[in-house]
Design a protein around this ligand. Structure first.
Ligand code: GLN
Length: 531
């Protein structure tokens, strides 16, 4: 039994389709089915690695080093599974495969066309991923909006998939926007009607409609959608604004989404699922403590650029009965004075690239170190903590060569395996790598393990030639790679919480499984605040 749920989007993007797809996946997982999820991104980039986070949100990194769309982060968090790079299909990947096959001569004699060659490639890809994952149910989210030229081949492919797999094995769920015209307060269904019409023209009949609206859909609105879009009224669902995205599975469950899908698949309801989840939501809605943590970054106008970090704070906060208020601080604004951090209980300097804002980040690290503010640095934040220490404690004229290639003391420098790299896509040190942790350190107290695997995404590292000098001057490298050359975690003692990692701990954080470095930061910030 392999069943497919295909989630499409209409009217406009940014409807929270990824969270809706993840929530539906969770409902079925809680029924005891094995669920996997695929994201289709109809752009020509082969992966998200080369894309600006300001345009597309953060680049999520998987265990296998895949640099993927942030929705895969949502799937991993909701479903508590690890996905593979192939779970993100892009137009670029599909065309690349087909063109390679053509050059090899696999289609010898044939004219290679979008239908059937591109669509076959898409279907094969979907089936391969679904089969390899050994899932019972595969949720496929088709990115973009129905009607876009880019997504046509994918919609055509899933139309064929429905025909080939059979009606009881494929469910189509269409998510749309239901705007409210403020003067009259009426929930408008016309954009939904048009987008369903568009979907029909392609040959796809949606089984259910999820209406994204600032409030729950009224009975009357549901009736209208049902009539004009040709779906039964029990197949029209509301996705209203919720305080936390983790409430959405419950919102959908209460409207009968689980029964609807199970009936459509002709499979049995096995239990009253989501029990653990209800407890978790209760907890995160009633947090008793509060801390203010500054994120000093570069794309702070768009929360999506740091989505996994925000989520990691939520997960850690839930465990500590603490609401984490995030203060977004544009690094460039701190270059002269980091004093606004005084009001904060903790500071996080996240990953990043390039010189803009780097000096401001260094200022904020100096401030946290000197004023004993709990601090966590991630990747670029780790590298800049080394630069800050080199400059202000040891007195070196130092920098990372990413910013100053000819600096006197290149305390952070390019990885040896990067010397000859001339292509930017997919060439960083990526994915899960082993880190050995020294006993008796803060890192060990947090992880309680001698070896961990964490996800990486970087081209630069602490210059091995400066490690001894840094250590002599009090910096502790409490985590190192197996080769014992690469520094992975640094910490300072005599400070309530000063720690940084070359890897990105945020990518492994899950709702009921916060990760140690974030847990530690929230806990230390709370303790400092109470002091
Ligand atoms: N720019 C740095 C590097 O490439 C850090 C990367 C990051 O923060 N993800 O090593």
């Amino acid at each position: 039994m392999l069943k497919y749920i295909i989630v499409t989007g209409g009217v406009l993007s940014g409807l929270g389709k990824g969270v809706i797809a993840s929530s539906i996946g969770l409902l079925l997982k809680e029924q005891g089915y094995k669920v996997t999820a695929i994201k289709i991104d109809p752009y020509l980039n082969c992966d998200a690695g080369t894309m600006n986070p300001f345009q597309h949100g953060e680049v999520f990194v998987l265990e296998d080093g895949g640099e993927v769309d942030l929705d895969l982060g949502n799937y991993e968090r909701f479903l508590d599974i690890n996905l593979h790079r192939d779970n993100n299909i892009t137009t670029g990947k599909v065309y690349k495969n087909v063109i390679e096959k053509e050059r090899r001569g696999d289609y010898l004699g044939k004219t290679v066309q979008i239908v059937p060659h591109i669509t076959n490639e898409i279907k094969e890809w979907i089936r391969r991923v679904a089969l390899n994952s050994k899932a019972d149910i595969c949720v496929i989210e088709v990115g973009g909006t129905v009607g876009d030229i880019e997504s046509m081949p994918f919609l055509e492919a899933v139309r064929q998939l429905h025909l080939e797999e059979g009606h009881k094995n494929v469910v189509f769920i269409h998510t749309t926007l239901i705007p409210i015209i403020s003067v009259v307060g009426e929930q408008k269904t016309k954009p939904t009607q048009h987008s369903v019409k568009e979907l029909r023209a392609i040959g796809i009949d949606p089984d259910a409609i999820v209406g994204r609206c600032s409030e729950p859909l009224k009975e009357e609105t549901k009736r209208k959608i049902s009539l004009f879009c040709n779906v039964p009224i029990n197949a029209v669902f509301s996705s209203p604004n919720v305080e936390s995205i983790y409430e959405l599975p419950i919102v959908l469950e209460k409207q009968g989404m689980t029964e609807f899908i199970l009936n459509r698949f002709e499979i049995k309801k096995r239990n009253n699922g989501l029990k653990k989840w209800y407890g978790y939501i209760e907890r995160i809605k009633n947090l008793e403590n509060e801390v203010n943590i500054a994120i000093v970054g570069k794309y702070t106008a768009l929360g999506d650029s740091y989505l996994s970090i925000i989520e990691a704070f939520r997960h850690a906060g839930a465990e500590l009965n603490t609401k984490v208020n995030i203060a977004w601080i544009e690094a460039e604004d701190l270059e002269d004075d980091a004093g606004i951090l005084k009001k904060m209980d903790g500071v996080l300097v996240p990953g990043g690239f390039g010189s803009r804002g780097a000096e401001g980040k260094i200022q904020s690290i100096k401030f946290a170190r000197e004023n004993k503010k709990p601090f966590l640095g991630i990747c670029f934040g780790f590298q800049l903590a080394v630069v800050e220490y080199g400059r202000n404690v040891i007195g070196l004229n130092c920098n990372t060569t990413e910013i100053e290639p000819n600096v006197e003391h290149p305390i952070v420098t390019i990885l040896p395996e990067q010397y000859d790299v001339d292509m930017l896509g997919g060439t960083m040190r990526l994915g899960a790598q082993s880190v050995l942790i020294k006993e008796g350190t803060l890192a060990y107290r947090l992880y309680k393990k001698k070896e961990i695997y964490e996800r990486h995404r970087h081209r630069y590292e602490v210059n091995p030639e400066y490690v001894e000098m840094l250590e002599k001057n009090g910096m502790i490298f409490s985590g190192i790679a197996k080769d014992r050359i690469r520094m992975e975690i640094l910490e300072l003692h005599g400070h309530p919480y000063f720690i940084a990692s070359q890897f990105h701990p945020e990518f492994k954080s899950r709702p009921l499984k916060p990760v140690p470095l974030f847990y530690g930061l929230v806990k230390a910030s709370l303790e400092e605040k109470i002091k």
